[in-house]
Design a protein around this ligand. Sequence first.
Ligand code: ADP
Ligand code: MG
Length: 600
Amino acid sequence: MPDIIQLLPDHVANQIAAGEVVQRPASVVKELLENAIDAKATSIKLLIKDAGKSLIQVIDNGKGMSETDARFCFERHATSKIKSAEDLFNLETKGFRGEALASIAAIAHVELKTKQEHQELGTHIKIEGSKLQSQELISTPKGTSIAVKNLFYNIPARRNFLKSNPVETRHIVDEFQRVALVHPSIEFSLYHNDNEVYRLNSSNLRQRIVAVLGKKTNEKLVPIDEKTDVVTLTGFVSKPEYAKKKRGEQFFFVNNRFIKNGYLHHAVSSAFEGLLGHGYHPSYFLYLTVPTQTIDINIHPTKTEIKFDNEKVLYAILRSTIKHSLGQYNIAPVLDFNRDATLDVPYEFKNKKIEREPAITIDRNFNPFKNETQQVAKYPYKKEKQADWESLYTAIETEHATPEKKLFEDSRPSNKTHQIHGKYIISTIKSGIIYINQNLAHQRILYEKYLENITVKEAMSQQLLFPIEINFNKEDINLIEQIKQDLESTGFLFESINSETVIIKGIPTTVNESQITAILEQLLDDIKNEIPETSFSQLDIMAKSLAKSMAIKSGTSLNIEEQEMIVARLFSCKEPNHSPYGKPTFISIELNEIDKKFGL
Ligand code: ADP
Ligand code: MG
């Protein structure tokens, strides 16, 4: 037998490596940003076109590269950052594997311009699919600019595998935020299709967190500080009352590197034990500094997982420090010395909403004129309705003459339906019984209604006496601008949208004012996490998301009319059998199945 093993040509090896390092445009963003930081840049600009699919460019003012290095940096295992295996245990830089640029150059069109401080002219290199196209001298400022165009141009399968632009953009913004959050002193900007998404000035950590996640973040933060032999811990956790229904703003950084770690996450969650309602998650921004010898970063090509020597100790320290800080904040919130006064808005009152109107309690049995006519004084008396119900009621009320309403006016009261465990409505049909899940059914009803409103463009809107002002970060503001028109066709009316705040003067009649912020946050989240395979358009996602947020929840008790309304409206839907997310809205049990159980 002849020998059959041979070494892979470099460009093939690079493409294989690229499969691990570069999963999507965001991976390129991460590698380029990290290289700029390793090059000691103080100002870094990221330009993206078409969610990174056509262009990702990072421009830094760092130390630049010599002519030889500029050519050499695209070779595999070419790195200036480590020299020996021991160095792996003493990493001060973000990169060290020396394969990012080689991988990227194997699967894209790359253009590099770089110049060191003392050089008169810089180097300009073009490389495509690992092949050098040109190398010239160029007049360029100190630092490095790397433009990556047409990512995966030579791997169609990969390119087709990319998600929709909003999803890929979301990943890019995530990476950008993760890097920006650990380097507050570095100035960062991000442009997407020539629009400025972020401009972050050099600042302290708290200011940076606020600049990245929006002004309203400032008041949420509780500082964390602890120094022990094994770890120095700094950063912030959110006050329990600001916990969110979704994860999201949860960041661990270890030695200035963003990492994911379920075990440490658990430590944080457990520190919040007893403070959060079911299903709520704390936000956190935690910065751990540990001796470099006690961690192994080299366990995953993307370097987002780390192995710790003393995980258990870290768990205990994290948990107790956070618990302690939360306790302190509870006892004496004013002790928050780190709070940056310049970020505080002094007169918040104009935005303050009245949480609960002062209630007048009336003893309805008390009658001073007992012996006179039985007339009870009619004080304005407000019955507390359950928020979710209000939406169903109003939805029903606004549809004056729908046939099903007439139907019910005529046939009340009825004993055809029955609610069990606050979540299922039982009703009989000819062939047996059905169990309807009230939440899923209402989702379907609202979903079809919104779709119709959005497409027919005649939504009902209620004008607000006092417009609602909501703060968002820039990314969210951009999104809202994109979907403004569609939101308007569901009944939202905007007074203005500026760089950080949205002022809403009208809302859909089906919604309660107090729900607006949560509904919009959920909607933005859903759009950002859109998965194109399951949703055909943004409109559809919107209708789904709004329906999900506004549907009556399990645990809400329904009277007979309400139960019947659900049943009737569900079965006048186009697709009554499934919720907008594909879950069954009801199950049925045939009479003969029941008979069978009785042996009949
Ligand atoms: P690594 O970062 O693991 O060393 P890379 O492939 O990312 O590997 O980069 C290879 C080398 O190219 C780096 O070690 C560095 O010397 C050089 N380099 C890359 N980007 C820059 C930059 N923006 N400024 C200066 N040098 C850079
Ligand atoms: Mg690198």
